[in-house]
Design a protein around this ligand. Structure first.
Ligand code: HEC
Length: 258
């Protein structure tokens, strides 16, 4: 009996996880995470001459596959099965007619070579599930460090920073676009961590402090260390415009202090 458990345990250890399979069998062509803004620039303006990628990145694959295959708003378990089945089929029978990446991206590449005979069914399932979850997991890693609103003021006073409150909601397209294209960029993350305490409030689940009034999501509120509103900015902004907003907010604050 014990032996059976031991064998089961060791075979579990031997079965490589999705990330390892990705590193061994896909990473030579598919890099893992590059922020969307840089990818867009690379493919749309530079025809891939800037990053010289050998294939779409994993965050690109993960995002496009999830968006274009099956029903992204339906049951997650079913959606995972649909996307996994697509990936498992694609890597054995690649065909650009089936590809779902943006045209500008696909135009740059030749069709992926088939991995037939080079990957087992179990391995392709593991790696496909890893790709499915990749975008969400990588965005969580590449995002501002959020503080709870109750602690934000204390921290802002102590660290001499301003407060940024993001009002978002679950099915808000432009909130997610900002997360992908702006809040995952190193420049933005550096600026926020240096000058701001960031708070995220999902208004479907939590209410905003009563003093903060919004009409749409996303809305970004900038507050001073007394939690008094300095500026409110609704809607989608690209990286450069958002950096400019951060600049302006910090200048308004400096002006106040004179
Ligand atoms: C030798 C390079 C190479 C390797 C190795 C490789 N790929 Fe690809 N792959 C590409 C290129 C180039 C494309 C884009 C052209 C296309 O769609 O065929 C692509 C496209 C894809 C697509 C389709 C994207 C779409 O637009 O629908 C999937 C899915 C995919 N790869 C998964 C994988 C997985 C999983 C692995 C590892 C098990 C892997 N690839 C290994 C080069 C590679």
């Amino acid at each position: 009996m014990k032996l059976v458990i031991l064998i089961a345990f060791f075979s579990m250890l031997l079965q490589a996880d999705g990330e390892t399979i990705y590193k061994n069998k896909c990473a030579s062509c598919h890099e893992s995470f590059i922020p969307m803004g840089q990818l867009k620039e690379n493919f749309v303006e530079y025809n891939n001459s800037k990053l010289k990628l050998k294939g779409p990145t994993l965050n690109q694959l993960s995002f496009r596959l999830k968006q274009n295959i099956g029903d992204p708003k339906g049951d997650e378990e079913i959606h995972i099965m649909e996307v996994v089945a697509f990936i498992q089929d694609y890597i054995i029978n690649p065909d650009k007619q089936k590809s779902v990446c943006m045209k500008e991206v696909l135009d740059v590449f030749d069709t992926m070579p088939s991995l037939k005979g080079k990957i087992s069914e179990d391995e392709s399932e593991e790696v496909a599930e890893y790709i499915y979850h990749f975008e969400k997991n990588s965005l969580e890693k590449n995002s501002p460090q959020y503080t709870h609103f109750d602690n934000a003021q204390k921290r802002a006073q102590k660290e001499k920073k301003l407060i940024m409150v993001k009002a978002t909601s679950e099915h808000c397209y432009f909130c997610k676009k900002m997360d992908r294209e702006v809040f995952s960029e190193k420049e933005v993350l550096d600026r926020l961590s240096k000058g701001f305490i960031s708070v995220e409030v999902d208004i479907d689940n939590k209410s905003l402090p009563a003093t903060l009034k919004y009409e749409v999501t996303p809305t970004y509120f900038f507050l001073d260390t007394n939690a008094k509103q300095i500026k409110k900015v609704p809607g989608f902004w690209n990286k450069d415009d958002f950096l400019e907003i951060l600049d302006k907010v910090q200048k308004i604050k400096k002006g106040d202090e004179k």
